[in-house]
Design a protein around this ligand. Structure first.
Ligand code: WT7
Length: 650
């Protein structure tokens, strides 16, 4: 029997336009050639990519040293990430890029800053010297707790320039969450800001840093960017203003020649329970992976204005706001604030004013925009867009169709990219000039990576049945471990099967080999002996005209084992009630079968989400079962949602 049953049937297929195909960085021929090479000899494929897309100070002796679960890529080679993102665009035949925009930045209040490659290089060199001046040495960890301002990108690149691994903590995290991460990484310095603009108000950061550092002794220095002109406490001897340090810093700082396996950054990601895991990434393999995928999947050209809406505090921001984009010499747009400030059309306004050509966002954002109404995107000229992307969650086919029609004007390919903090870069994705897309599918593996759908016993599951998503071989951007916890690294990722990576997602393949991600395995519901993924029931609900968003979970049921409970956010202007609930139950039965019919439907105006937009089904499960919430809620975006879902007064 299949590990997870697949009930969703999606038949629509979309071909890239002739115009797109003609100009694509990777056309059908390239892709076919790379797929062949990648299948026959993944190491040769990645070595070719490393040579073509990355600049090295000295070559590797060996492409891969694989002692599961530990991989070393480009053994013995030397490079530097900031060199690849900056210096090489200022020299030789690329020297014309000196005055090209590297970062176009827009603050929430509407202030604008553009940093050319030459300017960004200068700022990065200066801040690298600031760090050195504070005693930060190669190998020392630096925590960055910052708003989405250019100084964040500058600080990251400065860290990479001197070989000090950064640990970015998303600015929405609390002082406690920050402290745990600072202590776990043993950071010697923290870079922060007084605050950042969020929904029309300064969101204080320095205050949280002060609190987080009480009783912590590893941190010797705190550097503070003045973003909002707030009054902040500066502790003498420890705290210094960014602008004061930068005023005296030398703009000359040669990039450190770092080993390909030198630690590049730690990024904490929450597990289902317990303390967050510090995912470790290193230099050469990661850089090869993100540079190659960005060029191929986002089809980056020198004329593009590329905008990824993710905060740099998440892996998406690391890999595809900063490193992968700048390493290609492209222009990356950075926006500081909330998507609906000052109005619900802020994103579309940004796209129109800056002529954004490539737009990469998350399904949760897309569903929010659907709920806000089509009039907002329709009131802007979005014709500059030529390519769209999504990441972070499975996208419901109906949300995909909306994105395709309303944002993409039916002309833009959509790249639905599956990957994880742990994978470093994109793993399953359409190549926009070479792969036909199907709404809701991440389509095919990137060349040189080997995802597979396996049973619990490690047997490949034949299409179209569902199973567990696995990665069969090492890949260059893969995590090199969990910071300070070898045992947990093995247990979480490498103990399900021998020498095979367990991704934690359910998936199935169709007859064409297309992958369909069915959500986290922890969320799978077992109804009358059938294992059903949450994603498919949610998609069926969202395909109803009156539903904006939904999350389904199982609750214990005497008869069926598990009963499906659906939390549903209706579209604007819809009256929730028993009539709609009945209608939705019938709709699900029609779309995917009576088996998946929710026993309860609960209407709500909001769902509990993590700060990166993932629905926290664990909390909904407790609510559905009428239990107290246990476990970690520190990653929850809006605490009041829980109280409202329980029907408590706030
Ligand atoms: C988990 C990883 C990778 C950057 C953002 C999230 C889910 C991610 C997709 C997609 C279906 C997706 C998976 C994965 N996910 N992209 N295109 N289709 N699911 O990084 O926080 O490490 O989360 O996000 O469940 O395992 P992350």
């Amino acid at each position: 029997m299949a590990d997870i049953e697949s009930l969703l049937k999606e038949k629509r297929t979309f071909k890239p336009s002739k115009e797109f195909v003609k100009q694509a960085n990777w056309n059908k021929r390239t892709v076919a050639e790379y797929r062949k090479l990648g299948a026959k000899n993944p190491q040769r494929f990645w070595a070719k990519m490393a040579k073509e897309n990355v600049s090295w100070f000295s070559p590797w002796k060996k492409v891969l040293d694989w002692k599961p679960p530990y991989a070393k890529w480009f053994v013995g080679a030397k490079t530097n990430v900031s060199y690849n993102c900056l210096d090489r665009h200022l020299e030789g035949e690329n020297a014309w890029r000196r005055n090209k925009a590297a970062i176009i930045w827009e603050g929430e209040p509407g202030d604008l800053r553009v940093l050319t490659y030459a300017q960004l290089h200068r700022e990065v060199c200066k801040f690298a010297n600031v760090l050195k001046g504070l005693g930060v040495k190669k190998g020392d960890r630096v925590a960055l707790y910052m708003p989405m301002v250019p100084e964040l990108a500058i600080a990251m690149l400065a860290c990479t320039r001197i070989g000090a691994p950064h640990s970015i903590v998303f600015g929405g995290f609390s002082a406690e969450a920050l402290r745990d991460r600072i202590v776990d990484a043993g950071a010697v310095a923290v870079v922060t800001a007084d605050a950042g603009w969020r929904r029309g108000k300064p969101l204080p950061l320095k205050e949280a840093v002060d609190k987080s550092l009480e009783g912590v002794d590893c941190v010797r220095n705190v550097v503070v960017v003045n973003r909002c002109d707030l009054d902040v406490q500066m502790r003498p001897g420890r705290d210094r203003w960014w602008h004061e340090l930068m005023a005296d810093a030398s703009p000359k700082c040669p990039p450190a020649k770092l080993d390909a396996e030198h630690p590049l950054f730690i990024l904490y990601t929450s597990g289902t329970t317990g303390k967050p895991k510090g995912i470790l990434h290193t230099t050469g393999g990661y850089l090869t992976h993100v540079t190659t995928t960005a060029k191929a999947i986002f089809d980056l050209k020198d004329e593009d204005v590329y905008w990824c809406t993710a905060d740099i505090g998440w892996i998406t921001g690391h890999s595809y706001v900063v490193y992968g984009i700048l390493a290609n010499g492209a222009t990356t747009l950075m926006y500081e604030g909330a998507p609906t400030t000052p109005g619900p059309d802020r994103f579309w306004d940004i796209i129109e004013r800056h002529g954004v050509t490539i737009f990469y966002t998350a399904p949760t954002a897309i569903r929010t925009f659907i709920r806000l109404g089509d009039e907002h995107p329709k009131s802007h000229d979005l014709s500059s867009l030529r390519l769209l992307g999504t990441v972070g969650e499975p996208i419901n086919p109906e949300a995909w169709m909306w994105y395709h029609r309303i944002i993409g004007g039916r002309r833009c390919p959509i790249v639905d990219t599956w990957w994880q903090t742990e994978t470093g870069g994109i793993m399953i994705t359409p190549l926009p000039g070479a792969v036909d897309t199907k709404p809701g599918s991440g389509t095919l593996p990137f060349p040189g990576v080997r995802p597979e759908v396996l049973s619990g016993e490690g047997e490949p599951v034949a299409p179209p049945d569902g199973g567990l998503l696995a990665l069969l071989g090492p890949w260059p951007g893969m995590l090199r471990g969990i910071w300070g916890d070898k045992k947990r690294f093995r247990e979480v990722y490498w103990s399900k099967w021998k020498d095979v990576y367990f991704a934690g997602d359910g998936a199935h393949k169709d007859e064409q080999g297309y992958f369909w991600i069915m959500g986290r395995v922890d969320d799978v519901m077992n109804v009358s002996g059938h294992r059903i993924g949450t994603m498919e029931v949610e998609s069926a609900l969202v395909s109803h005209a009156k539903v904006a968003e939904s999350a389904v979970v199982g609750r214990p049921d005497e008869i069926t084992g598990t009963a499906i409970v659906a939390f549903v956010t209706p579209r604007g202007g819809t009256e929730p009630g028993d009539r709609l609930a009945d209608d939705l139950r019938r709709h699900v039965a029609r779309e995917i079968g009576a088996l998946a019919k929710p026993a309860d439907i609960r209407f709500t105006d909001a769902l509990p989400k993590t700060r990166s937009g993932k629905i926290m089904r664990r909390l909904l499960r407790d609510i559905a079962a009428g239990k107290e919430t246990v476990g970690d809620t520190s990653t929850l975006e809006d605490y009041t949602v829980l109280a409202r879902l329980r029907g408590d007064e706030e």
